[in-house]
Design a protein around this ligand. Sequence first.
Ligand code: NAD
Length: 308
Amino acid sequence: NGNVIDGKAVAAKIREETAAKVAELKAKYNRVPGLAVVIVGQRKDSQTYVRMKRKACEEVGIASFGADLPDTATQEEVLSVVRGFNANPDVHGILVQLPLPKHIDEQAVLGAISVEKDVDGFHPLNIGRLAMKGREPLFAPCTPVGCMELLERCGIPIKGKRAVVVGRSNIVGMPAALLLNKRDATVTICHSATKDMESIVRQADIIIAAAGQAQLVRGSWVKPGAAIIDVGTNPVDDKTKSSGYRLVGDAHFEECKEVAGAITPVPGGVGPMTIAILLKNTLESGERFISGKLQSSAAPSKRGQKGA
Ligand code: NAD
């Protein structure tokens, strides 16, 4: 199992580092970072994620704020909850659990979150900065950042390497491609209209699989030694499980493991990283606010960088 990346262990390390820095802030300023998680409606999966996020905050010493709105909440009600958290000085991160009920405009809600508190990194201004040369977002989306952390902490080189991202969603594929681009990988994005994906994937030193298609990437598509970060979580029937299903990734794990230099398992790969990065983003935001480093609406920008 030498080439299997242990996402749980890396995530645990990040949580430990976060807890230690939260304790430092508390010792120095007697204040802790705060995260507000907003949920609208009764979706079982969303409720589970929200519970996990709140519990994870508690474990590292981040204060947790919540708003649980009914399915019938109006857009104005959701916006007013967001504005309340924007104005609350004890809240440094705001997360709205997606998806929202159909009658609510998701982009309007995400865009209403203060850019400085956008720990999910979905605000158009943060995404825009991610796409711009010489600019840095205050936050980038947690799952793709988790993919990058796995690569970096496993010592997998990125600069100058060929990366192929399968999928281009706003929350995973596209920001993953933008992050790889920022680290100077040569990035190709594949999606549902891509032709001959196999031969494109075969050129990759780094494969990020985020299509939501069970076992799409086969072993024969993988260049020997390539790193595979598998974001997919696809339920497939499994009568041996009490739940009746198990999760598989977007890569065919058994086949790919034979050829890849490194590969994340599903579960236990990218999954645990998402919440760990959310905590890390919230800590960084708390640090900026509490230490007074934040100048309103001024994002850090990288100056003096040349080249395209
Ligand atoms: P999505 O459905 O929003 O986007 C899927 C993308 O894949 C689209 O851009 C589409 O063009 C592309 N695609 C679909 N079928 C394809 C095919 N056959 N070939 C090439 N491209 C194809 O999904 P998403 O929200 O980006 O999530 C992707 C997967 O990642 C899902 O399985 C989801 O459950 C999982 N996920 C995991 C985490 C985590 O923390 N582990 C977080 C978010 C999403």
